[in-house]
Design a protein around this ligand. Structure first.
Ligand code: GLP
Length: 248
């Protein structure tokens, strides 16, 4: 695992941008796995400057029951922050209104394989250690499927919904096993509210209780943190030394 710790959160965005830029320089028709959430917003603002017309995207997750034109759907999030500015060759999103959920999720996985698999998967982290919408207790071998959100995640995501509108209970999400098949996973975290989850993911045991900890078993993961998100890491000074020495 490569762990990059920066003093400021814009350096986190900048480093992630450079990784994606490099990926696209090496392979114009890269398959990018895309995440949502506040962490990704400044990164998507930067990505709009890139030519993504040869690339293919797959989003991690979606709320069940929201149509793709619902303003709080992740489809709307992607249009607002990226797709309206810079179109991909193909963009795949899970459909929160799919009538046959199992078939829809299997078809999503099949399409990912047909496209050659995900080259670079962007990830945020929930304060309970979730990646995508794989909540604590998710099998580390799980595939794309229906999940139930924890009260903690529903509360954290309520800020994205207008007051009076409930955060859905059910979601569709790529599984931990699906994410682990990406060739390169890139996890970003900003701020102190993520420090405990980051500590458990990076320095705790590998456990379904903290789905992000599965990344310890991934052959190529880059974790990009600001100082606050890294603040609880026991070996943070060591990680900085290793990262600096790699750049020499
Ligand atoms: C949601 C998404 C996750 C994301 C998380 C963190 O739960 N499903 O993919 O990582 O939010 O979001 P934020 O970046 O807003 O903290």
């Amino acid at each position: 695992m490569d762990i990059a710790i920066f003093d400021a959160s814009d350096e986190v965005t900048n480093y992630a941008f450079r990784l994606i830029q490099h990926q696209l320089e090496c392979k114009q028709d890269s398959v990018l796995g895309l995440a949502t959430g506040a962490t990704m917003e400044p990164l998507y603002a930067r990505l709009r400057s890139l030519d993504l017309s040869g690339a293919i995207s797959f989003n991690l997750d979606e709320y069940v029951g929201l149509s793709n034109d619902h303003p709080c759907s992740y489809a709307a999030y992607m249009r607002t922050h990226l797709f309206s500015y810079s179109a991909f060759k193909e963009s795949h999103l899970l459909d929160g209104l799919a009538s046959d959920i199992d078939e829809h999720c299997s078809e999503y996985e099949r399409r990912m394989v047909e496209c050659g698999g995900v080259d670079l998967q962007l990830l945020g982290i929930g304060s309970d250690g979730h990646i995508a919408f794989n909540e604590p207790g998710s099998s580390l071998a799980s595939r794309t499927r229906l999940k139930v959100l924890t009260p903690m995640t529903r509360e954290a995501n309520a800020k994205h919904f207008p007051s009076g509108e409930e955060v859905p209970n059910f979601v569709l999400t790529m599984g931990v096993g699906t994410i682990m098949q990406a060739r390169h996973c890139v996890l970003l975290a900003h701020g102190e509210s993520k420090a405990e989850a980051v500590e458990r993911a990076l320095e705790g045991g590998v456990s379904a209780f903290c789905p992000a900890s599965a990344l310890q078993m991934h052959p190529k993961t880059t974790v990009i943190l600001d100082r606050e998100a890294a603040s609880r890491l026991k070996l943070k000074d060591y990680y900085r030394t290793v990262f600096e020495s790699r750049r020499l």
